[in-house]
Design a protein around this ligand. Structure first.
Ligand SMILES: *[C@@H]1O[C@H](CO)[C@@H](O)[C@H](O)[C@H]1NC(C)=O
Length: 184
């Protein structure tokens, strides 16, 4: 065996060992999505997301939980002083997300429009924000949803009632939507 081949084998072998011993690396797409969400919701300022580290799974992003393979599985930024918007194109890139709690903040504009479903999301809490509208296809984006709370937003009831009712009636949070015109 020539020296070159031996060197090549040694190099490959060491590479294998180092990638096994290191923790699973956070997916670039999820990392970019979390960085975008940190900016658009203001969590970079209020919670320091991304300030110490760009990696949402290294324990420096308060309220973000990852699984052992470094996929973002839960986000809880309830009462975190967030304001801004939540983009569906960012959210949909968190393909392993099971829980999202952004309740009691000041997130606004429309509720997110997702380009494809978020397959594993079971818990969604957007209670007490300033969301104005809800896309008609909203619930199609969350086929695994078990718990949903959307109370106390500015979502217009008429928009909801105009939709297919069989999608809506099993979702108790919706029946307590605030009236679109608040008392002063
Ligand atoms: C998020 O955190 C708040 C406050 O700690 C807690 O009350 C709430 O239940 C949590 N949400 C989820 C989905 O676990």
């Amino acid at each position: 065996m020539s020296i070159a081949v031996i060197l090549l084998l040694v190099t490959l072998g060491l590479d294998g060992v180092s990638s096994l011993s290191a923790a699973a690396r956070t997916d670039d797409i999820e990392m970019a999505a979390m960085q975008a969400i940190a900016k658009s919701t203001g969590a970079d300022r209020s919670l320091g997301w991304g300030v110490k580290s760009a990696d949402p799974c290294d324990g420096t992003w308060p309220g973000v939980r990852c699984d052992k393979d470094s996929h973002v599985v839960a986000i809880n930024a309830s009462r975190a002083g967030l304001s801004g918007t939540l983009s569906g194109t960012d959210l949909v890139d968190l393909g392993y997300l099971t829980e999202l709690d952004l309740s009691f903040n000041r997130l606004g504009d429309d509720m997110p429009i997702l380009p494809r479903p978020l397959t594993y999301l079971t818990t969604l809490n957007l209670q007490s924000n300033s969301f104005m509208g809800m896309p008609e296809t909203f619930f199609r984006s969350f086929p695994a949803l078990e718990t949903v709370v959307l109370d106390d937003n500015w979502v217009i009831m008429g928009e909801l009632l105009g939709q297919q009712h069989h999608h809506l009636w099993p979702l108790p949070g919706l029946l307590r939507q605030h009236h679109p015109f608040p008392c002063p």
